[in-house]
Design a protein around this ligand. Structure first.
Ligand code: SF4
Ligand code: SF4
Length: 333
């Protein structure tokens, strides 16, 4: 196990470790397969044992940016009555982790709820698992948006409640990895990766191919096993700015950064911006009524930046190809 830039790099594979060309990460070229199927163990944890387990398992929040779970849990006052929110959605994944947890890890899930109750006895737990009328739709996986929808609280207030540690937020993918560590002894060394295909007409195959991969594993097997028509790849989703790369240079799987790959048959045409046609689609589709059209009109002060959750929807729907996302980044700094 190696430590680098404050992150632990767990290397439970037979392989050769080296630095990436940009010197930012370790990569492990795997020369064998590694997998475990540990059985469930019922365990009790006190607060310090829980923090130790988070640390030993290199667990990160997969909902919040750059947040190790040990540091995150330590921020909450155990004698105060803050809120704990368990969301069935995840920020980055298209998999139904709620279903996987309830189907395959139910005992661990119930133990974890009890554990939260015992460690934070005054906290109010809002558990949205098993709520039948909740459907995932982007941007439900973004914590401030999920809280806004479920508690009818303005986005700026939900953001403050997250930053101010009034809400401890755990999405389904984060919970999945917590359960694996606490009750199956599996550290955060593996993560799901979805592979999407986009044909030359721009149509996306909606059936994602899912892999459960080990950190540091070479991704060369993906193009090797798919139709050779797909030559271009991107780790970004359609809601983000796409940085296309050659499918042969995917490199190595980084569980902190990679959750999906989109393979394109044809390079997405470079985005050509036309003039705004006042169709108001950006405003109509904005889930928080942040009024993004005003950024295009030059009335920056009328854009409600406190309400924006940077979901990218306005850019995706703009028929003039205007990169509203870029304009938003400009005013958010
Ligand atoms: S302004 Fe755009 S990025 Fe911001 S919340 Fe609305 S749709 Fe999402
Ligand atoms: S969606 Fe694009 S073209 Fe339509 S009003 Fe918004 S910025 Fe203008």
């Amino acid at each position: 196990m190696l430590a680098h830039n404050g992150k632990k790099v767990l290397a439970p594979v037979n392989g050769v470790a080296s630095l990436t060309p940009d010197q930012k990460y370790f990569q492990i070229k795997q020369d064998g397969s590694w997998s475990t199927t540990s059985p469930y163990h019922s365990r009790n944890y006190d607060f310090s044992a829980l923090l130790e387990a988070f640390d030993a398992g290199a667990l990160y929040s997969l909902d919040l940016i750059e947040t190790p779970l040990k540091d995150y849990f330590q921020k909450f006052n155990r004698d105060s009555n803050f809120k704990i929110v368990l969301s069935p959605f995840c920020r980055y994944q298209h998999l139904d982790f709620e279903e996987m947890i309830l189907r395959d890890m139910k005992d661990a899930y119930l133990s974890f709820i009890e554990l939260l109750r015992s460690i934070f006895p005054k906290a109010e737990i809002s558990n949205f698992f098993e709520v039948s009328n909740l459907d995932f739709e982007h941007p439900n996986g973004i914590p401030e948006y999920f809280l806004h929808k479920q508690f009818q609280t303005p986005v700026d207030k939900t953001r403050k409640s997250l930053i101010g540690y009034e809400v401890l937020f755990l999405g389904a993918e984060t919970i999945f990895h917590i359960l694996r560590k606490l009750y199956y002894d599996e550290p955060f060394t593996k993560r799901h990766l979805a592979v999407f295909l986009v044909d030359r007409k721009g149509r996306m195959d909606l059936e994602p191919r899912q892999f459960f991969l080990t950190n540091g594993q070479s991704l060369a097997f993906i193009p090797a096993n798919l139709d050779k028509r797909y030559k271009i790849a991107s780790f970004e989703t359609v809601f983000e700015e796409v940085n296309p790369m050659d499918v042969g240079s995917l490199g190595y799987f980084n569980i902190y950064e990679h959750c999906s790959i989109t393979l394109y048959e044809k390079l997405p045409a470079s985005r050509k911006e036309f003039s705004c046609i006042d169709c108001m689609e950006c405003n109509n589709y904005c889930p928080t009524n942040a009024n993004p059209v005003q950024l295009i009109k030059g009335k920056t002060e009328e854009f409600e930046k406190d309400l924006c959750v940077s979901c990218g929807i306005c850019t995706v729907y703009c028929p003039s190809g205007i990169d509203i996302r870029k304009r938003i980044e400009g005013v958010m700094v």
